[in-house]
Design a protein around this ligand. Structure first.
Ligand code: ATP
Length: 318
């Protein structure tokens, strides 16, 4: 894989809706052949950022280039090299799978043959079925198939697995990884951290219109400087006086080898890379009924923890 060639450049992208700035100066570069993830909660600005890069929305500031073409000045050229997965809700429900593929193919001067794409999307047995009879996962695969008919260099997938059951999600993951194997560059937005972890070479964490971190999944988790999390609940913590909470936090910071303490409502998370030492000390400190550790569990630190440590919020918070 040629990894150093830049295929996409987002250079200070800004988008404003009325008085609201939805995207606040986003910079990043995407390399040839990588799966690049935009990971962030609802409203983070992922779709808006993608659509400015695709040339579908006009930025109010900054520039985007795809394969060296400016998405504002050279939109025709940009369209030749990109494939955009449509939201499956906008597919023509009454056409058959093959008909809709052929219709899309007719929009391009040199389309790929339709049948192999249907095969890759595991839709061959559905080719004569109407779109309206497809399941959610099949519709999403069809939407990706449609994005492939012009043999694009770069594929944009906006939350491709939202609303799908785990099996349908994994089928899509396999398809995305196969596209990557064939050298396609893929930009994918998601608010599922597991999906980003499994699929993406690099992840751009977005929140409130800004990039809060950009690195490989591994480096993002390493940035926490702790590979484990100890999580427990302190019932009624929200209602306790401030002084109680302050004392508790001070004590938890003193637990051996704990690098960081996060409080989310009544759930406390301690981060450490010496799990056994920290856990033993925590249990000792809490003995004698001073602190009841409800629902105590230990786990490996995740991208969700990275996001919380950087923004104070969860990825899937409403
Ligand atoms: P989601 O997962 O919900 O799609 P997202 O990260 O893709 O989230 P965007 O869809 O880019 O976020 O939206 C970013 C912000 O801009 C949100 O607060 C959204 O309400 C707002 N927004 C998006 N499109 C418009 C529009 N056409 N007019 C006004 N506000 C908009």
């Amino acid at each position: 894989m040629e990894s150093s060639q830049i295929v996409i450049e987002a250079d200070g992208l800004v988008k404003t809706y009325g008085a609201f700035q939805a995207v606040k100066g986003v910079h990043f570069q995407v390399y040839q052949g990588e799966v690049f993830g935009l990971l962030g909660p609802n409203g983070a600005g992922k779709t808006t950022t993608m659509e400015m890069i695709e040339g579908l929305r006009k930025p109010d500031g900054g520039h985007a280039r795809v394969a060296g073409y400016d998405t504002q000045k050279d939109l025709v050229k940009v369209k030749e090299v990109i494939g955009v997965q449509l939201q499956s809700t906008s597919l023509f429900e009454l056409l058959t799978v093959k008909e809709i593929m052929e219709m899309y193919a007719s929009f391009y001067p040199n389309p790929l043959p339709v049948d192999p794409i249907l095969e890759d999307m595991t839709l061959t047995d559905k080719r004569n079925g109407r779109v309206k009879h497809l399941s959610g996962g099949q519709k999403q695969r069809l939407a990706i198939g449609l994005a492939l008919v012009n043999d694009p260099k770069v594929i944009f997938l906006d939350e491709p697995t939202t609303g799908l059951d785990p099996t349908a999600r994994r089928t899509l993951w396999d398809i995305i990884l196969k596209l990557k194997e064939r050298g396609k560059t893929i930009v994918l937005s998601t608010h599922y951290m597991e999906e980003a972890h499994v699929l993406c070479d690099r992840i751009c964490l977005m929140d409130q219109g800004q990039v809060v971190a950009l690195d490989t999944p591994r480096n993002l988790v390493l940035s926490l400087q702790s590979d484990s999390a100890i999580e427990f609940r302190v019932g009624g913590l929200d209602e306790r006086p401030e002084e109680y909470k302050e004392n508790l936090l001070r004590e938890l910071h003193e637990v051996r080898e704990v690098k960081r303490v996060d409080v989310r409502r009544d759930v406390i998370v301690l981060y450490t890379d010496k799990l056994q030492t920290s856990l033993t000390d925590l249990i000792e400190k809490s003995s004698g009924g001073k602190l009841e550790l409800a629902d105590l569990q230990t786990r490996t630190a995740t991208l969700e923890d990275v996001f919380i440590s950087m923004t104070g919020r969860s990825l899937n918070e409403e």
